[in-house]
Ligand binder design. Structure first.
Ligand SMILES: Nc1ncnc2c1ncn2[C@@H]1O[C@H](COP(=O)(O)OP(=O)(O)OP(=O)(O)O)[C@@H](O)[C@H]1O
Ligand SMILES: [Mg+2]
Length: 239
């Protein structure tokens, strides 16, 4: 009885309801995401799969505070993020969510370590400390010792790993990765996803990954299928 009285209801990491996004007008009008409901919990690593153009990136952008939905709500840790003003939303994102963009979004004029350190610098951490943390994260993704060079000197897969290092640098509770292994060979992809997976095991984090990469399916706790802007089916992972 006391256990019941003492327990607080678990806050869902992500709870989206009726999410819709329409692009274009007239004949070009298309519904990229169409009334999607979705929940993910702490301690869970969820994969989102589906054909190209099915709305995966649009959906991720809305649940992570990057793209405002036309209708629907997004709660992250219980906070209704699209009711926040722009400053509060950026602070919330900075403190809560690590995001890997499908096309990396690295700053060309910053070194790889500076790129990775950006979230910490924005949180006003001491510069040297932030660069030190960034170097550690670069080592985790197999790029130790490459912190001083510019992203243009790196291969596509290496740039992708810099983007992953930047997403994990502040140990955010929620990690959202859009095709994080698309440019990586099988072993490197598995190594990185295995590290990311180790981050959910204590139940403190929630990780959502969009992927076409069946080589990493074994790491999923749950696989969600998206098609034509709808979530069609959900299945348990293969692990
Ligand atoms: N900014 C935009 N303006 C107009 N249409 C867009 C925009 N962003 C996405 N779309 C359209 O919305 C649909 C869904 O795109 P989205 O990028 O979400 O798909 P996806 O599932 O991530 O595809 P992929 O697997 O190729 O990355 C596509 O038809 C796309 O053309
Ligand atoms: Mg996409």
């Amino acid at each position: 009885m006391s256990a019941v009285l003492n327990s607080t209801p678990a806050v869902e990491a992500i709870a989206a309801s009726g999410l819709t996004k329409v692009f274009g007008e007239g004949e070009a009008r298309m519904t990229a995401v169409d009334g999607v409901d979705f929940v993910a919990h702490f301690g869970e690593m969820v994969f989102l799969v589906g054909p190209s153009g099915s709305g995966k990136t649009t959906f991720l952008s809305m649940i992570s505070g990057i793209l405002r939905p036309d209708t629907g709500t997004v709660k992250v840790k219980g906070v209704d993020i699209w009711t926040l003003d722009a400053d509060a939303l950026s602070d919330f994102r900075l403190n809560t969510i690590g995001f890997v963009f499908q096309d990396f979004h690295l700053f060309a004029r910053l070194t790889t370590a500076e790129n990775v350190a950006i979230p910490l610098i924005l949180k006003e951490r001491n510069w040297n400390e932030a660069i030190g943390e960034a170097q550690k994260c670069l080592s985790i993704v197999g790029l130790g010792g490459r912190g001083e060079i510019l992203p243009i000197k790196l291969s596509g897969g290496e740039q992708q790993r810099v983007a992953i290092a930047r997403a994990i640098v502040g140990s955010p509770e929620i990690l959202i990765l859009d095709e994080p292994t698309a440019s990586l060979d099988g072993d490197t992809g598995k190594m990185i996803i295995s590290f990311v997976k180790s981050q959910v095991l204590n139940g403190q984090r929630c990780i959502l990954i969009v992927t076409h990469d069946a080589r990493i399916n074994e790491f999923a706790d749950r696989i969600v299928h998206m098609e034509d802007g709808h979530i069609r089916t959900q299945s348990e992972g293969t692990e």
